[in-house]
Design a protein around this ligand. Structure first.
Ligand SMILES: Nc1ncnc2c1ncn2[C@@H]1O[C@H](COP(=O)(O)OP(=O)(O)O)[C@@H](O)[C@H]1O
Ligand SMILES: [Mg+2]
Length: 319
């Protein structure tokens, strides 16, 4: 990942070579063949498709998995995208937003988040001082412009988007719009991903309402969440700023549902296997109750912090 201050990290144009896109027209959605032009040596050669990856690794997020896959497939099959792909992930903490963005990245770039073409920013860490917004804004604009000039397929991920100053968002919005070229540079093959907690409450409410109505989680559709979500997202977007409206440039608003006990159980299983332990179902269930707080108080349905800190608590618990 790159800091906006370190423009020297931009990639030299000569390093970018045509990557033979074998299987580009294959049925299915292997993201490693997503780009026709991927910097040599950077194209992911992972044999698994995004579908399998998202489905297997992203627990309990059927809506997000479907929408992401759909978005990526559409973008991949489009020779001439008219704008960069802009995804906005919404949901409370620990529901898998960062994980999903990493899975997308891994399927495109072999080095994953370590790729020079993937640029990660955390609003709180990278743009902490309101007094500096003009500086951040121009550095970020330079950074995006420089990197897209060098690699059209650059990816930019912004975490804690709900804490990003509106002036900075205003500054990067033009890159994401329908433009043939902006100042001589085409941004149409770039990908922007925003991660944030905005809308988390609303998504949680929608999930609970649907559950109380006797619906299965898997029956919950994007549409059930979308209307409620869009009003909140709009609210957060117009925060302090009447100038910009993100919904004009975001192609997909993607809800991450709150995780339930059954998903925590799965997360613990995964962690235990990663720790080289033999997961015992009864023991795992016992831990799912011990290491995670569930709400609402009476129903104890939803994990407050998703799968976040499950790994560290598990380790602590095992000692
Ligand atoms: N839906 C999920 N499926 C599998 N693992 C998850 C899921 N949600 C969270 N985790 C795990 O919990 C931890 C925190 O998840 P993360 O993706 O950082 O959450 P977020 O970015 O939404 O706050 C990570 O170790 C991640 O692997
Ligand atoms: Mg995160």
């Amino acid at each position: 990942g790159g800091q906006p201050q370190q423009l020297q990290g931009a990639v030299a144009l000569k390093e970018i070579e045509i990557y033979a896109a074998s299987g580009r027209y294959q049925v299915g959605a292997n993201l490693h063949s997503f780009y026709r032009v991927v910097p040599k040596g950077e194209a992911s050669s992972r044999p698994t498709g995004a579908s399998a990856d998202l489905g297997r690794n992203l627990i309990g997020q059927h809506i997000a998995s479907d929408v992401i896959l759909n978005a990526m497939t559409g973008f991949k099959n489009n020779d001439n995208p008219t704008k960069p792909l802009v995804l906005s992930f919404h949901g409370s903490s620990g529901t898998g937003k960062s994980l999903a963005s990493q899975l997308i990245v891994k399927n495109i770039f072999k080095k994953g988040m370590d790729s020079r073409f993937v640029h990660f920013f955390d609003s709180v860490i990278n743009f902490p001082h309101a007094s500096q917004v003009e500086t951040y804004k121009s550095q970020l604009q330079h950074w995006i412009r420089g990197n897209v000039t060098n690699c059209a397929h650059s990816m930019f991920i912004f975490d804690q988007m709900d804490k990003m100053h509106p002036a900075i968002i205003d500054g990067i919005k033009p890159f994401m719009d329908y433009q043939y070229k902006l100042d001589g540079v085409s941004y149409q093959k770039a990908i922007f991903i925003f991660l944030g907690n905005a809308g988390g409450e609303i998504i949680r409410e929608s999930t609970l309402v649907s559950w109380k109505a006797g619906k299965k989680r898997e029956e919950l559709k994007l549409e059930d969440v979308k209307t409620a979500l869009s009003s909140v997202v709009f609210d957060f977007c117009v925060w302090e700023s009447s100038l910009f409206d993100m919904s004009n440039v975001v192609d997909f608003f993607i809800p991450f549902l709150p995780l339930e006990r059954q998903h925590i159980v799965q997360c613990i299983m995964v962690e235990m296997v990663a720790m080289g332990l033999q997961p015992d179902h009864n023991k795992v269930c016992e831990m799912a109750d011990k290491i995670v707080v569930y709400i609402p108080d009476d129903e104890r349905r939803i994990s407050v912090s998703g799968c976040k800190r499950v790994a560290s608590r598990l380790r602590h618990f095992m000692q």
